[in-house]
Design a protein around this ligand. Structure first.
Ligand SMILES: NC(=O)c1ccc[n+]([C@@H]2O[C@H](COP(=O)([O-])OP(=O)(O)OC[C@H]3O[C@@H](n4cnc5c(N)ncnc54)[C@H](O)[C@@H]3O)[C@@H](O)[C@H]2O)c1
Length: 271
């Protein structure tokens, strides 16, 4: 259901790979709420994924950008402002990748070249994106920027591996850059810490099905879906949340505040 919360706003959505991607749902929900958007992803993802189908549905342009390349990011912001006809009102950073996770390296046996690559893609890219936008004066006053995170930044989930540190860095960038961008242009920057969600990146983590089910049983409201995450993003892009900034916002059905649930007690109760 659309409330036209983003009517007249212009946005850039990073990270829609296929129809399971959280960014895919955010793109659809943004357009349903009246926004004009540009879609972007790494060149290889444009070849392998189905982002072109999404662009048709959203009547939007795709501009390729490797989020670790400042040249690509500078080009993305310049071209997006030309295409959309002005400064950008909202951005979603929905990018994550760990080479150590992909190659099944244990946390106690990390390859540091892999670690640096994953850090650059998953976390430093957020700073690069913000710095590029800041220098090009690409974001409107009272613009809103969101990156997606996970609770492994605060608590240990062994198989989440070095992505835990990547998410901690990402959340810290939202606070630090949020200060500077808030002071200069009233731009707000937040991270959303999302429930486990069945996507390409999510299901790459060992034991993902088990911790998806565990989180679902622990959370009083159950896991938050990607569709619900998209709705939450729209509220944060909208003018109804203008004073929310530098926060890590849990969108997890109550998981982060729950010690144990009756469903889990029942599993371990001696019969
Ligand atoms: N799925 C989950 O359980 C879950 C939970 C919490 C947070 N998140 C976060 O949500 C975000 C989106 O992930 P998703 O679950 O939708 O999976 P996804 O695999 O659909 O999205 C990840 C995206 O990152 C893009 N990407 C990778 N390297 C890139 C690069 N160099 N430049 C530009 N883009 C690049 C991929 O092409 C892909 O589109 C990630 O930050 C992820 O960590 C996911």
């Amino acid at each position: 259901m659309s409330h036209n919360l983003l009517k007249g706003k212009k946005g850039i959505i990073f990270g829609a790979l296929d129809d399971k991607s959280i960014a895919w749902k955010v793109a659809l929900e943004s357009v349903a709420n009246g926004a004009d958007i540009v879609l972007t992803n790494a060149p290889i993802a444009l070849r392998m994924g189905s982002i072109h189908d999404l662009a048709k549905k959203c009547n939007s342009k795709i501009i390729a950008a490797d989020a670790t390349s400042l040249d690509d990011l500078n080009n993305l912001f310049s071209e997006s402002m030309d295409y959309l006809g002005g400064k950008i009102d909202f951005i979603l950073h929905s990018i994550g990748m760990s080479v150590n996770v992909r190659k099944k390296r244990q946390y106690t046996d990390l390859n540091y070249d892999f670690l640096m690559k994953g850090l650059d893609v998953s976390a430093v890219s957020f700073h690069k994106m913000l710095q590029s936008a800041f220098k090009l004066e690409a974001i409107s006053d009272w613009g809103s920027i969101i990156a997606l995170s996970y609770i492994a930044a605060q608590r240990t989930f062994p198989d989440y591996n070095d992505m835990a540190e990547n998410k901690a860095y990402l959340e810290s960038v939202a606070r630090s850059f949020g200060y500077h961008y808030g002071k200069s242009n009233n731009v707000r920057i937040n991270t959303i810490s999302q429930s486990p969600t069945m996507t390409t990146a999510g299901s790459g983590v060992t034991g993902f099905d088990a911790f998806f089910e565990y989180a679902n049983k622990l959370s009083p409201l159950g896991n938050a879906s990607s569709e619900d995450c998209a709705k939450y993003c729209i509220s944060l892009f909208s003018d109804y949340t203008k004073l929310v900034t530098m926060q890590n916002l849990f969108h997890d059905g109550g998981f982060s505040s729950t010690g144990v649930s009756q469903e889990l007690i029942d599993i371990f109760k001696k019969k």
